[in-house]
Design a protein around this ligand. Structure first.
Ligand code: SAM
Length: 331
């Protein structure tokens, strides 16, 4: 699947000998001695110790937009390396030696070598945006870890995290995410326009993390037809079943529904006088909620929460409902 070859990043690296699709298991290995820090839960942060003992792994160069990742396995004596993006034949396999969700400066300080990856060598005027995007992606990933622990612990780590870390990490080259990203950036980084406090910040991160996850699932369902999903994957199933009625995700993301026209106008012109607020995301497997859209969200809120409508909040779990609702109001 891959072989050693001269690298443009540094010395020798590993290059794909064929196209490798996202999610493919690239290699497995055993961490070093039992009892050592790396033996327990191999993560990219343990990479320094892992590479010294694990054959091919030791040839993988670093990139700040990596295409492979070390993933957790149920067996602490094993670690796996999965593709987190589609990799073309001839492309180098790269891994993040350090967290890529840091600014350029932070990453290069942590690496202790001058990184030659493309993300570190972008034009100076693009650097600020890149730093913001990375911080944002870091928020998705942290939230998604918690989300997985709570709702999807029965799925393999890479099943939940792999596609989404791939998406988050490819933010810089994924134009489809521009709308969501722009909205999030405005909410997170424009405190004069939005009431940005810590809870709204984390709410925005939470919401976006779930959107990423749900979009991925939804899309694969739509392409493959009715999914055969393991029991418990309520969120994805709900999204699939309700999609025919109301194109939930498109509604929520403001892509196609007329009710979202104001939002779309706002995306074109942040000073649009029509703009009242952005409301998106409700993923609700409660069968009593027939229209899983923003009105469904309001009904759900009224029924299960005595919080006022203007409360920008989200909650998970509760009375058997997995709901996610959020609202941001302009000052
Ligand atoms: C595990 S080795 C990788 C194999 C290495 N290419 C070789 O030929 O020995 C890690 C070392 O490769 C270099 N390296 C890896 N990724 C790099 C990058 N993106 N930019 C510059 N140097 C890199 C650094 O010196 C790092 O300490």
């Amino acid at each position: 699947m891959f072989g050693r070859a001269a690298s443009q990043l540094h010395g020798i690296g590993l290059k794909a000998k064929q196209d490798i699709s996202r999610g493919t298991l690239i290699l497995s290995g055993q961490p070093p001695a039992p009892g050592s820090a790396t033996a327990h839960s191999p993560r990219p942060t343990n990479f320094g110790a892992l590479w010294q003992t694990c054959g091919d792994l030791g040839w993988i160069n670093h990139s700040c937009t990596p295409n492979v990742e070390i993933s957790e396995t149920p067996d602490p004596k094993t670690f796996n390396v999965h593709a987190i993006l589609n990799i073309a034949e001839g492309e180098e396999l790269t891994i993040a030696y350090i967290s890529p969700y840091q600014t350029w400066r932070e990453r290069n300080e942590a690496l202790r070598f001058a990184c030659k990856c493309s993300a570190c060598n972008i034009e100076p005027e693009k650097l600020h945006n890149s730093d913001l995007q990375r911080r944002l992606a870091g928020g998705y990933i942290n939230t998604l870890r918690a989300f997985r622990a709570r709702h999807f612990s029965h799925l393999a780590y890479h099943e939940v995290m792999g596609p989404t870390t791939g998406r988050a990490r490819s933010l810089e080259r994924d134009p489809e995410l521009d709308d969501v990203q722009n909205a999030a950036e405005r909410m997170l980084y424009d405190p004069r326009r939005f009431r940005v406090n810590t809870s709204i910040r984390s709410l925005a991160h939470d919401t976006l993390a779930v959107i990423h996850f749900a979009r991925f699932r939804f899309r694969s369902c739509a392409v493959q037809g009715p999914p055969s999903m393991p029991a418990g994957e309520n969120l994805a199933i709900a999204i699939y079943h309700r999609s025919a009625q109301c194109n939930l995700l498109e509604d929520c993301l403001g892509y196609s529904h007329p009710r979202c026209a104001k939002y779309r106008a706002y995306m074109r012109d942040p000073d649009c006088p029509d703009y009242q607020g952005v409301r998106f995301s409700l993923f609700c497997p409660d069968p009593a909620i027939d229209a899983c859209n923003e009105y469904g969200a309001e009904r759900l809120l009224r029924r299960h929460s005595n919080r006022p409508r203007s409360w920008p909040g989200c909650w998970l779990g509760g009375t058997g409902i997995t709901g996610y609702w959020s609202e941001w109001n302009r000052r």
